[in-house]
Design a protein around this ligand. Structure first.
Ligand code: H76
Length: 479
């Protein structure tokens, strides 16, 4: 019962709207609130902002049961099976003695990610179950004590970096295995345990940043329990310490609570961290929901499975769905991160491989509309999404109009169009001047050549005459 409650609480809190709330500003004095208003403007953050597409990998002991315990189907996310009533903790923890991914080849994964077009990876070093995929000095519950023995985090970091892919390490503060972990503090003994646990957390994080110096950032999870929400000062100091070790480290909004235990955005409505981390299996509908922050969306292919679940139930997204989410994210200045859950032997499942291939095929032709692109000032239309880079506007068409005309409106006195062409084959396209509307916006239609019938969404490039938007993106980041 306790376990189920913990799980449900985590779900509710994790997905509650509270982490997006950033509407009204107030000015409550805070010691541990946001330390910066607005976006970071340094080159590392700019690099992150330009990635467009990322890959998430959830891999750990949970890939062995793969969503089944003694033949029973676990209906929730497979990586959380340890919290199921049916699963005795000790039996789960003994999976450490079985973890032996003989098919694991980090370079193969990295090549596949590169082919898909991913520019960064978020990799689980330790999920809520507490099992460490690196040989941490601070616990025995690590890969070093599995039959496999070798450092998985190192292999992943090295292989992805070799392919030019940046790595961000996922770390769960919540640790169901550690004897000192407390979800809440109810007596002096809990307090003492919690102090020890905080040191353990600090040690592990300093260890990760030191061991893997090429990492670009940390992606925190499992920070919604009552005990952590009281640790504003500790978390703030720890974040500072980590940034001393690596000044340009990228840390999302899911790490620190503020003085009042508020997460994500502080009690004044300001984002804590370098980017908004609240978009989990969820996309904003419009830029208004983003308050000008950097953000990324992390998405699963099936409904809600991050770690390997041998039987996906429910709707499984197609490459088409995911490409649309990717373009939509970039059209609102975000990155899109697609999750993979390899099996216990280290194989990426065939469904994921197929999808990675399809996305990669699309990216090969169209990545110009993704990498280093930003939102456009033009109003979205029903046919798809605008993205923009320097003097080019990209129109990615998902819903091809039946009259083969893609229309849009340009506010008077803003951009001037030089020409339009299909990104796929550079074929120039006719631009039909549609006059003006009531608000004096200029109306345009671009004619899609009749014989052009791609089986994937396609991109129209509009070259602009005047380089009004050719300020570099640092400039935009300053706004
Ligand atoms: C709830 C929750 C966790 N956050 C996602 C990124 C998965 O790791 C899931 O287990």
């Amino acid at each position: 019962m306790k376990k189920i409650t913990l799980f449900l609480i985590s779900l509710c809190i994790c997905f509650s709207a509270d982490i997006h709330a950033q509407g009204k500003r107030s000015s409550i004095p805070l010691k541990h609130g946001a330390h910066r208003i607005g976006k970071r403007t340094d080159p590392e953050m700019q690099r992150w902002r330009e990635h467009g597409l990322g890959q998430f990998i959830h891999w750990g002991l949970y890939s062995i049961p793969g969503g089944f315990w003694k033949g029973q189907y676990y209906d929730y996310a497979a990586e959380q099976i340890r919290s199921w009533d049916l699963v005795p903790n000790e039996e789960y923890d003994n999976l450490c003695n079985e973890f032996n991914p003989t098919a694991f080849d980090a370079r193969k994964w990295a090549r596949q990610a590169k082919e898909m077009g991913a520019r960064y990876l978020i990799f689980t070093t330790k999920h809520h179950d507490g099992f460490c995929m690196w040989p941490s000095k601070y616990t025995d519950f690590t890969i070093a004590n599995s039959p496999y023995k070798k450092d998985i985090v190192k292999q992943v970091v090295d292989a992805y970096n070799r392919e030019g892919i940046d790595v961000i390490l996922y770390f769960s503060i919540m640790d169901w295995h550690h004897p000192d972990f407390r979800g809440s503090i109810n007596n002096p003994e809990d307090s003492l345990a919690n102090e020890r646990f905080k040191q353990f957390t600090r040690n592990q994080l300093l260890e990760l940043v030191t061991n893997y110096p090429t990492l670009k950032g940390l992606w925190f999870d499992g920070t919604w329990h009552a005990a952590w929400k009281q640790e504003a000062e500790f978390a703030d100091n720890l974040e500072k310490e980590l940034r001393i070790l690596k000044p340009d480290l990228i840390i999302g909004s899911r790490f620190r609570p503020d003085d009042y235990g508020k997460r994500g955005t502080d009690s004044n409505g300001d984002l804590m961290g370098d980017y908004e981390q609240g978009w989990e299996r969820d996309l904003p509908n419009s830029k208004e929901e983003l308050y000008g922050n950097d953000w990324d969306c992390v998405m699963t292919i099936p409904e809600n499975q991050w770690g390997y679940h041998s039987e996906w139930k429910g709707y499984v997204k197609t490459a088409y769905d995911l490409i649309e989410m990717l373009v939509k994210s970039v059209s609102m200045d975000g990155n899109f991160v697609l999750n993979f859950g390899p099996d216990s032997k280290g194989n990426i499942r065939p469904e994921e491989t197929r999808i990675a291939g399809e996305i990669g095929k699309w990216m090969k032709t169209n990545n110009e509309a993704i990498y280093a692109c930003t939102a456009s000032e033009l109003k979205p239309q029903g046919w798809g999404y605008f993205t923009q880079k320097e003097n080019k506007l990209y129109l990615t068409v998902f819903n091809r109009p039946i009259n083969n005309r893609v229309k849009f409106e340009v506010p008077k006195g803003t951009i001037k169009i030089r020409k339009a062409y299909l990104l796929a084959d550079k074929r120039e396209m006719d631009i039909i001047d549609g006059g003006r509307n009531k608000k004096d916006d200029l109306l345009y239609q671009i004619a899609i050549p009749k014989g052009f019938t791609p089986d994937q969404p396609f991109v129209i490039v509009i070259e602009l005459e005047d380089n009004r938007n050719d300020k570099n993106q640092y400039q935009q980041a300053l706004t």
